[in-house]
Design a binder for this molecule. Structure first.
Ligand SMILES: *Cc1c(COP(=O)(O)O)cnc(C)c1O
Length: 442
């Protein structure tokens, strides 16, 4: 029997044509090359330069509506809160606000960005293991919809602060259901050894304590088991445990009005099979359908990931005794996911691909001084000359938000495609910005 291939075995990579076919917002035009919603990406690269992030507004809208529809068709009382950390661009937030989405935020900065983009305070849920006193004050003064509490210590801190300010915060206890979502270690959050949430066994006692404390009103439970989850089984396990907890709390005479089911729905970076919103809705209905609770979900990646690409240019192709290195002008400081999570991203040339040209395996890297600055290994791509443009696919989530200026590389520009037109939504950071807030010591 052949040894099982590793999940990222280059021999099983989808072809460029397969990547494009699986993403209806992308098309290859024989003259104009790769199109995003009808807009030639080469035109954006030529005008704005590279590296540049480009987002399809229509793809984000379609995905939001598909998710909301799947929930409604399952008969669920569901409010979708977009997880702002996936992509906190003002244009993205404003569009989700216009669609009626709420927001899931994890910092004071995200809270303010969501408010400024037009998301009502009542539709904001605040998660995270380390909300500072200053951030709690902000959440209380904005009177946001719900604060998800992740520890006894945080509950006490919030109660004291809110009590002193004369506020009552609606809180949900984020419970760690101790399930393994089978995702990358760095983005699994629902195991007992992860830093997130309240241990399952402590939840009833802490909920009762919350009900007795001033300044806080427990309204429900929350859970979030991780990100890039491809399979529904861990969701079913987690939801069953949370549903059992709702019943246990009610047996203790405690009121539970809402369950926040978290985010985490994965996308097919490598064209791998994924779970559908309808499947997730069925899992939610199976667990919570009979419980008379209002549901919240917090998707990030699923809504915006596929809608974005990172445009880059080839600096040079370095020949070696092994695979050639295709060196791009984008790097790990722009898109860190390959370096951080061993993530696989499709890479597609923008110029019309010559289908008969043999494709050679190459290693695609950025110019940053780290061997981890590698976008792909043994990738089959057509020959790429200096200045050729490529699109790195599925870069709409955990892309620009994780960028840094490492190696003193300015933050890339961002562009928005909507209705067959495009515009810049963030200018490339000027070089001077790299040092303008620095000063020499006195
Ligand atoms: C990151 C996060 C999300 C969103 O996760 P995705 O995988 O992007 O859907 C939702 N809820 C919480 C609490 C998170 O930390």
């Amino acid at each position: 029997m052949a040894a099982p291939s590793s999940p990222n075995d280059p021999a099983t990579d989808p072809s460029i044509q397969e990547l494009i076919t699986a993403r209806p917002w992308l098309k290859h035009d024989a003259q104009a090359g790769l199109l995003l919603d009808g807009v030639p990406l080469a035109a954006i690269a030529d005008v704005v330069g590279t590296p540049t992030w480009v987002y399809s507004a229509a793809t984000m809208r379609c995905r939001y509506r598909a998710l909301a529809t799947a929930m409604a068709e399952a008969g669920l009382d569901m409010q979708v809160h977009y997880a702002v950390k996936a992509n906190d661009s003002r244009a993205v937030l404003a569009q989700f606000a216009a669609e009626g989405a709420g927001a899931d935020v994890v910092s004071g900065g995200e809270l303010l960005k969501a408010r400024r983009a037009g998301i009502p305070a009542s539709a904001i849920v605040y998660s995270g293991v380390g909300k500072s006193e200053q951030e709690m004050r902000l959440a209380l003064s904005e009177d946001i919809g719900q604060i998800n509490v992740e520890s006894t210590e945080e509950l006490e801190m919030l109660s004291a602060l809110a009590g002193a300010l004369g506020h009552t915060a609606r809180v949900a206890l984020r419970v760690n259901p101790d399930v393994d979502a089978g995702t990358n270690d760095k983005i699994a959050t629902g195991r007992a050894t992860d830093k997130f949430g309240i241990p399952y066994a402590d939840a009833v006692a802490l909920y009762a304590r919350a009900a007795s404390l001033p300044g806080v009103e427990p309204v429900g439970l929350a859970t979030h088991i991780g990100s890039q989850i491809l399979d529904l089984a861990p969701y079913r396990d987690a939801f069953a445990r949370i549903a059992a907890l709702v019943e246990a709390l009610r047996e203790h005479g405690l009121r539970v009005g809402t369950v926040d089911c978290g985010g985490g729905l994965g996308i097919g970076y490598r064209n791998e099979p994924t779970s559908s919103p309808a499947g997730l809705a069925a899992a939610m209905k199976g667990a919570f359908g009979g419980l008379d609770v209002r549901l919240i979900m917090e998707p990030g990646r699923w809504l915006v990931g596929p809608a974005g690409v990172l445009l880059a240019s080839v600096v040079l192709v370095k020949q070696t005794r092994h695979e050639p290195f295709v060196v791009l002008d984008a790097a790990m400081n722009d898109l860190v996911r390959p370096a951080m999570y061993d993530a696989w991203h499709g890479i597609v040339p923008l110029s019309p691909v010559d289908a008969v040209t043999p494709v050679g395996p190459v290693t695609v890297v950025g110019p940053v001084c780290e061997s981890g600055d590698t976008f792909a290994r043994s990738r089959r791509l057509p020959p790429l000359a200096p200045n050729a443009h490529v699109a790195i696919l599925d870069a709409g989530a955990y892309g620009v938000v994780m960028s840094s200026t490492y190696n003193a590389r300015p933050l890339a520009a961002e562009a928005w495609v909507d209705d067959a037109r495009w515009s810049v939504i963030r200018d490339r950071q000027p070089m001077e910005a790299l040092w303008e807030r620095e000063r020499l010591p006195a």
